[in-house]
Each structure stands twice: as structure tokens, then as C-alpha cells.
Design a protein around this ligand. Structure first.
Ligand code: FO1
Length: 309
């Protein structure tokens, strides 16, 4: 079965590993968020694309949820000593990915081409597509002014209030080659349990993507990143509130209306079932918190089962 998944970073990586195990990696296409991308030390870093790539390569640091397992941070220490920015923790081996990507982009390659090369060289058989080759950046307005996503999330530890969210560059951007085709050709479309505002939101902001999802022949199945009134990880709750969305599976359904067909929710969110049905989304109750590999595969299986339901 051909599966196309919309994905952010950490939360998505776990489900993607499960999906790859169930359908086979060659049947999996991932459309990844690049709204979190940043330039640091002159390097182009694509955190969400890298988390997905490293996860599918079996190289992700699972404890942290980002970067390479077993990496060291000696370059970071040296940079800090020289007075460079050191709030964004780039690992020594991880740096190779960013150096290679930056070099290729500087030589005129498209982000989608570089992403495919890196994935292939790391042994990833799934197809990983950035949502766009054009620059789209998520910016957040706080009481002190606008911050990029990583300034907000890593430098400020997501502790500042968010008043507004913008996807700068989205309006004039085009989907990367293969993105619309992967949505159209899919037999199942999965929205990973990623932050609806800053992980999936930027993907949906790319012109043509929502239209393709609404017109897709495949059913669209999401997994809620919100359980019992809070995000499973990260600042999704605060950002949903900033967007006027309830911090519940109903808020997730509203973010993905009207094209979301099924939403997998935690048993603790049973009470949301009538509201989800009222919004035209079929709820499916499942064990959606992935604490180990077995649960990743079990959840992926449950996602695939919704097809037969
Ligand atoms: N997340 C952190 O919380 N702190 C970091 O220092 C950090 C560094 C980092 C380096 C490379 C990379 O690919 C990801 C990194 N992340 C870090 C994760 C990243 O900020 C977020 O998880 C995603 O952008 C949100 O999905």
C-alpha cells in the first residue's frame, strides 16, 4: 500500500518508523516541514527533515528526539569559546549533513535533490520530500517582537507568549517536485502526531497542498498530538491556543477541516467523540502514545486498519 505522510520532527519520526516497518519503506513518502529551517554558522539546517531522515536510517538519538545517536558536541564547545552563537546544539557528526546540504544549495541544487541524496547515502529507502524548495519560515510574534521558530523553541525554551504565527514566504512558494503527485497517488494519507500549527501548518500553507488533500482519492487519517488537554511533547498546546484552537483532538480536527477523514485519539479523550463526529471527522480510539518501538508499530498498524473500518 502506498502511504504518504505529512510530518514534523520528533512525534512524526516515531510513527514513520512504525509505518515503514508495516508497509515497507519503499511504499512510504514523507512530506516534511521546512518552516523550522534555520541558518546558523552560515549553514542551512533542516531540523525536521533531518529528524525524519535519521529516524528512518535508524540513526536518530531517540532520547533527545533530534540529532544523531552517540554524537559529540566538541565543535559547539569550540564555537562557544570563540564567541559564536551556541544556543542551537549542532552535533559534530550532524554538522556533516549541514555542511553537505549548504554546499549543494550554494552550488545551485534544490533542497529536494539534496534531501534525496542525503537520505539515499544514509540508506533510507522511503522517499523524503521537503514541502517546498522555496524558503518558507515560521515566525512567531511575542510581546517582545517577532522570533523565528528555533529562536522561540530552543533559545527561549518556548517560555514566551505567542500572539501570532506567520509562515513567511508561503504565499509565493511552490510545492517541491513530487509533493502534489505523492498526495494524489497515495492509497492512504497520514497526518503524523505533529504540532498542527508549526509542523503541519507550514506544509498546509504551501499553495496547492490543501487543494490536493481535499481532492485526494485516498482517505486522510490523522493521529492526535494532543492527549488529555496537553501536547504529548513540545509547545503545540500554547501554539494552538495562540491560533484560537481548543487544545484537544477537536482543535486538531478544526486545524485539518474539511479534508481530515479519521482522527486517532487517546482513550482519555473519549469525551471528544461527539464533537469530532459533529465536525465530520470519524474518531478512532487507540493507544496513541508511542513510548517504545512496539507501540510505534502497533500504532502504525492501527492507522492502516482504519482503511478497512
Ligand atoms: N532542539 C532543542 O530543543 N535544542 C537544540 O539545541 C536542538 C538542536 C538541534 C540540532 C539539529 C536538529 O536537527 C534539531 C535540533 N533540535 C534541537 C530539534 C529542533 O529544534 C525541533 O525539534 C524541531 O525543529 C521541532 O520539530
Amino acid at each position: 500500500m502506498k502511504v504518504t505522510a505529512l510530518a514534523g520532527g520528533t512525534g512524526a519520526a516515531k510513527l514513520l518508523r512504525g509505518l515503514a516497518a508495516c508497509v515497507g519503506p519503499r511504499n512510504l513518502t514523507v512530506i516534511g516541514n521546512t518552516g523550522d529551517d534555520l541558518e546558523i554558522w552560515g549553514l542551512h539546517v533542516s531540523p525536521d527533515i533531518d529528524s525524519v531522515t535519521y529516524a528512518l536510517a535508524g540513526r536518530l538519538d531517540v532520547e533527545r528526539g533530534w540529532g544523531l545517536a552517540g554524537d559529540t558536541f566538541r565543535c559547539l564547545e569550540a564555537m562557544a569559546q570563540l564567541g559564536a552563537d551556541s544556543w542551537f546544539n549542532l552535533g559534530d557528526r550532524d554538522l556533516a549533513t549541514h555542511i553537505l546540504r549548504t554546499q549543494a544549495l550554494r552550488d545551485g541544487a534544490a533542497l529536494s535533490t539534496v534531501t534525496a541524496h542525503i537520505a539515499r547515502d544514509l540508506g533510507v529507502q522511503a522517499l523524503i520530500l521537503p514541502m517546498s524548495d522555496d524558503s518558507i519560515r515560521t515566525w512567531l510574534r511575542t510581546p517582545e517582537g517577532w522570533l523565528t521558530f528555533q529562536e522561540y523553541f530552543v533559545r527561549e525554551k518556548a517560555l514566551v507568549e505567542v500572539l501570532e504565527v506567520a509562515y513567511r514566504g508561503a504565499e509565493g512558494a511552490r510545492p517541491a517536485p513530487g509533493v502534489l503527485e505523492a498526495i494524489a497517488a497515495a492509497e492512504l494519507i497520514v497526518v503524523c502526531p505533529s504540532n498542527p500549527v508549526t509542523s503541519v501548518g507550514p506544509v498546509l500553507a504551501v499553495p496547492g497542498v490543501v487543494h490536493a488533500l481535499a481532492g485526494a482519492r485516498a482517505p486522510v487519517v490523522g493521529v492526535s498530538p494532543i492527549v488529555a488537554g496537553a501536547a504529548v511533547s513540545g509547545p503545540a498546546g500554547d501554539l494552538m491556543r495562540a491560533r484560537g484552537l481548543p487544545v484537544s483532538p477537536v482543535g486538531v480536527a478544526l486545524a485539518y477541516a474539511p479534508w481530515l477523514g479519521v482522527l486517532l485519539i487517546d482513550p482519555r479523550d473519549q469525551a471528544c467523540v461527539p464533537a469530532l463526529l459533529a465536525h465530520g471527522v470519524s474518531p478512532a480510539v487507540a493507544d496513541i502514545v508511542m513510548t517504545d518501538r512496539e507501540r510505534e508499530v502497533a500504532l502504525a498498524r492501527r492507522v492502516l486498519e482504519t482503511l478497512g473500518a
